[in-house]
Design a protein around this ligand. Structure first.
Ligand SMILES: NC(=O)c1ccc[n+]([C@@H]2O[C@H](COP(=O)([O-])OP(=O)(O)OC[C@H]3O[C@@H](n4cnc5c(N)ncnc54)[C@H](OP(=O)(O)O)[C@@H]3O)[C@@H](O)[C@H]2O)c1
Length: 363
C-alpha cells in the first residue's frame, strides 16, 4: 500500500519512551536515516512531541473525502499542539494541522468529485481527527468547503483559519452595528496571523485601525497593511478605573488577560469587542460597568465550530471584498520538511504574519 509523510503528534511521555536505544523509532526510520534526510528534523525530534512518520491511508481517521494536500498553514494552536505546550490534542497520536487545501483524490460522498479543489479548516482537524500536516488528508464530507472562485489553493491557506477568524470577527462586529464612521477599531497582537489579516481587511473596508504590538521594529510593516496608528504593548498606560477614557468603536483581541480587560474599560458607548485569542493569558478581570453603563458588547469568536452555511458565506467574502490586497506582505512559505522550525518562534511571540506550508505536489 502507498505510504506518505505526515507530522504526527504523540503524547510527550509516550513519544520519548517509544524510542529504542538502537536509535530505531516506532515509525521505522532510524535516527541516521533521519539525519541523512534532514538533520533539523532529527534534532527537533529529540525535544518535541511531534515528528514525521510514514503512514498509509488506512492509518488516518475515517471520512468520506480523501484530499491530496497542496498547502497547509501554521496557526498558534498548531504550535501549541505540536509541542504539547497547551492541551490541544484530544486523542493521541494525532496528525497535527488545523488547516489544509488540496485536490479531492477520492470521495464516497456525492457532493465531491475526484479533482475538485477544496479546503478544510477547524472542526476536529488536527485536534481530535488527523489533520492537515500530511500529504493526504481524510475527513468527513461535512467539513469540506469547495474552493471559492477567485481564490487559489495557496490563497486559501495564506488565509486559512487565521483569515477565516479575522473575517468572522469583522462579520460579527458588523452584525453589532460597527461601521467605519463609528470611530477607531483597535487590533491587538497586531503582527500575528489573525491580527495582520484583520488590519488589512479593516483598512480596506475604510476603518481607521489602531494596531497594538509588542514588537518595536515592525511599525513600517503594520503601516503597510493599513494601520493608521500604532501603540506599543509595553508602553500602554492602562489605568485602573472601571471605566477609562472611551476610545474605541470596535476591537479585535488576540491576547486576552490584562489587555482585554483594558479594552472593556476603554470602549466607546455601544462599542463591540471580538474576543478570539489568549496569546497573553486566559484571565479576564474587569467589572460589569462597561457593559451596563456603556452598553459594551463582548463577542466570543469560535471559528472551528462555525456552521457550514455561515462558513461558506465567510469564505465567499474572503474571496471578494475581504480578500486582502496586501496578502503577499503577510505570508511567507516554507516546505513541509521545515514545519518543525516554525513552532518555537510562534510560541515566543516572535513570528510575524502567516506561514504557509507547501507540499511537494504543489511545487
Ligand atoms: N477563537 C478562534 O476561533 C481562534 C482562531 C484562530 C486563532 N485563535 C487564537 O488567537 C490568538 C492569535 O492566533 P494567531 O494564529 O494569529 O497567532 P500568532 O500569529 O502567533 O499571533 C499572536 C500575536 O500575539 C502577540 N503576543 C504573543 N505573545 C503575547 C503575549 N504574551 N502577550 C501579549 N501579546 C502576545 C504577538 O503579536 P505582537 O508582538 O504584535 O503583539 C503575536 O504575534 C491565539 O491565542 C490563537 O489561539 C483563536
Amino acid at each position: 500500500m502507498k505510504t506518505f509523510s505526515a507530522f504526527r503528534i504523540f503524547d510527550e511521555a509516550t513519544s520519548h519512551s517509544t524510542k529504542l536505544s538502537s536509535g530505531v523509532r516506532r515509525d521505522g526510520l532510524s535516527h541516521a536515516q533521519l539525519a541523512k534526510n534532514d538533520s533539523q528534523v532529527a534534532d527537533y525530534e529529540e525535544s518535541a512531541a511531534g515528528r514525521f512518520v510514514e503512514l498509509t491511508l488506512d492509518d488516518l481517521d475515517e471520512g468520506e473525502v480523501v484530499i491530496r494536500s497542496h498547502y497547509s498553514s501554521v496557526n498558534y494552536k498548531d504550535a501549541l499542539a505540536a509541542t504539547c505546550a497547551g492541551k490541544i490534542i484530544r486523542r493521541y497520536p494525532c496528525v497535527g494541522g488545523i488547516d489544509v487545501s488540496g485536490v479531492v483524490e477520492s470521495s464516497a460522498d456525492a457532493r465531491f468529485n475526484v479533482g475538485d479543489r477544496v479546503l478544510v479548516t477547524g472542526y476536529g482537524m488536527g485536534v481530535s481527527h488527523d489533520g492537515g500536516f500530511s500529504e493526504y488528508v481524510r475527513v468527513p464530507a461535512d467539513w469540506v468547503v469547495p474552493l471559492p472562485s477567485g481564490l487559489t489553493l495557496f490563497d486559501a491557506m495564506a488565509l486559512g483559519t487565521a483569515g477565516f477568524t479575522a473575517a468572522l470577527c469583522i462579520h460579527r462586529l458588523e452584525q453589532n452595528e460597527l461601521k467605519p464612521e463609528n470611530g477607531k477599531v483597535i487590533v491587538t497582537g497586531a503582527t500575528g496571523g489573525v491580527a495582520s489579516l484583520a488590519i488589512a481587511m479593516l483598512a480596506q473596508l475604510g476603518y481607521q485601525v489602531v494596531a497594538v504590538t509588542g514588537k518595536n521594529s515592525v511599525h513600517d510593516y503594520l503601516k503597510s497593511l493599513g494601520a493608521a496608528e500604532i501603540l506599543s504593548r509595553n508602553d500602554l498606560s492602562m489605568g485602573t478605573r472601571p471605566l477609562e477614557k472611551a476610545q474605541w468603536a470596535g476591537a479585535l483581541d488576540s491576547v486576552g488577560g490584562e489587555i482585554l480587560a483594558w479594552l472593556t474599560r476603554t470602549m466607546q458607548q455601544n462599542g463591540a469587542i471580538a474576543s478570539f485569542g489568549n496569546a497573553g493569558g486566559m484571565e479576564l478581570n474587569t467589572t460589569v460597568m462597561p457593559f451596563i453603563l456603556r452598553g459594551v458588547r463582548l463577542i466570543g469568536i469560535d471559528s472551528a465550530e462555525t456552521k457550514m452555511p455561515l462558513r461558506r458565506e465567510i469564505w465567499q467574502r474572503l474571496a471578494s471584498s475581504l480578500y486582502p490586497k496586501v496578502l503577499e506582505k503577510i505570508v511567507h512559505t516554507v516546505s513541509f520538511r521545515q514545519l518543525p522550525d516554525t513552532f518555537s518562534p510562534m510560541l515566543q511571540g516572535e513570528s510575524t504574519g502567516r506561514t504557509v506550508i507547501q507540499f511537494a505536489v504543489a511545487k
